[in-house]
Design a protein around this ligand. Structure first.
Ligand code: NAD
Length: 390
């Protein structure tokens, strides 16, 4: 169980690029990072609007002279200080991730970056090399993948409790973009423009969460082929999609089905996962994150609750609230930030042995998400045909 005891020797000096007052995801980063005393927010270039960013930063408790107008100013200002920032989180629109990550790494700073990590696998490979050369960590924030019941599912699969995996069924849908984009805010504008979002809208925005979670639960499964059908129900969003279905064939013969949509009008269910094996199935949704449905063929169905002693050690080890008390998205983010802090601490100490076995969402997690997107787009743009996964 995680109880806030410090697991690294001192808090990391932490800064943010983006995630300002109007940003959607910034608070999730701050609530995740500042939970266990592993990070201390010392600076930021929080906003495209420099004045608003400074005002916001100072209200977060950051010194005014360390609230910068741009990420370039932040790098110059902080690297000139003895007590300068060590790790920077990037919570800006997709098209800026690559250039900000690269600039931070070149300046000797660890990076925690939003998904989808970059636009292309080639960029990911280049950044992986740069990070390795500089001895720095790149972490990626897939929000719900720190939840104890996600790790319960992974442990059950590993133990063989489901048998051989046959069916992977995942859905992340909502209806917030069911209408047109006339008068839409910034977050919708950049998400629906290929120059700022990349080659996808919902596949990258929400599909990459599904894909990474399935990689955690089913690390032994590899996609061999996939077929992606995507559509913009609101035509101004084309060539980007507001709806997509992806069929996947895995190396072990398993079959996968994934649905992402932001035009699923009225749906507040968010994410849902069902992993079916030859003996049993598990089903989990972030709309009821405390509960895991475990169904063994021929037996009464069971609902497993987070924090209960009958769960696997891997799940209990990352639980925070304990049974009976809701454990949710904020707790999951805290775990992700904690694991990345432990990775940065180990890297700083040169402890490669620790890093070999330590689980955290790193550059590979980001790269695989981008690889999956490239394959989806290739299939969809050829007319929704089966393609070999490359
Ligand atoms: P947003 O448009 O709501 O907010 C972006 C923020 O970044 C704003 O504060 C803006 O002023 C600031 N900004 C933009 N460019 C900047 C720059 N060059 N320098 C400094 N600040 C800059 O976007 P959002 O919804 O918060 O998404 C941001 C990123 O987070 C995207 O990559 C998105 O995919 C990702 N995201 C991830 C999750 C998750 O669960 N992990 C959830 C939502 C968004």
């Amino acid at each position: 169980m995680i109880n806030g005891e410090r697991t690294i020797s001192r808090p990391l000096r932490w800064g943010m690029v983006g995630g300002g007052r109007t940003g959607q995801v910034g608070y999730k980063h701050r609530t995740g990072a500042q939970r266990d005393g592993t990070y201390r927010l010392v600076c930021g270039a929080f906003d495209l609007d420099a004045e608003r960013g400074r005002d916001f930063g100072t209200r977060l408790g950051v010194a005014a002279d360390r609230c910068y107008a741009t990420y370039q100013d932040l790098i110059v200002g902080e690297t000139a200080r003895e007590d300068g920032v060590e790790v920077v989180s990037i919570a800006t629109p997709n098209f800026t991730h690559y250039e900000i990550t690269k600039a931070c790494l070149q300046a000797g700073l660890h990076v925690i970056c939003e998904k989808p990590l970059f636009f292309t696998v080639a960029e990911c490979v280049e950044i992986e090399k740069l990070a390795a050369q500089k001895g720095l960590i790149v972490g990626v924030t897939y929000g719900f993948t720190g939840h104890p019941l996600v790790h319960q599912m992974a442990a059950m699969v590993k133990k063989g409790m489901l048998g051989d995996i046959r069916i992977v069924d995942m859905q992340y849908t909502h209806g917030f973009n069911s209408g047109d984009d006339v008068g839409a805010g910034e977050a919708v504008k950049w998400r629906t423009n290929p120059k700022t979002a990349g080659s996808t809208f919902v596949l990258g925005d929400i599909g990459t969460h599904l894909y990474y979670l399935s990689e955690i639960v089913l690390p032994h499964l590899r996609i061999e082929k996939l077929l992606c059908d995507r559509k913009a129900f609101i035509p101004t969003r084309a060539p980007l999609e507001d709806h997509a279905t992806v069929l996947m064939h895995y190396g072990n013969g398993a079959r996968g089905r994934l649905w992402v949509s932001s035009v699923d009008a009225g749906n507040m269910g968010s994410q849902r996962y069902r992993f079916v094996g030859s003996k049993a199935s598990v089903e989990w949704s972030d709309s009821r994150p405390d509960q895991l449905i475990y169904e063994v063929q021929g037996e009464p169905n069971r609902t497993l609750h987070h924090g209960m002693p009958y769960l696997e050690e891997e799940s209990l080890a990352v639980d925070r609230m304990g049974a009976l008390h809701t454990e949710g998205l904020g707790d999951s983010w805290s775990n992700i930030y904690l694991w990345i802090a432990q990775a940065i601490d180990a890297k700083n100490r040169g402890d490669e042995a620790f890093l070999k076995t330590h689980h955290y969402p790193g550059i590979k997690a980001g790269t695989e998400g981008v690889r999956w997107l490239e394959n989806c787009v290739r299939s969809a743009d050829m007319g929704a045909v089966w393609v070999d996964f490359k």
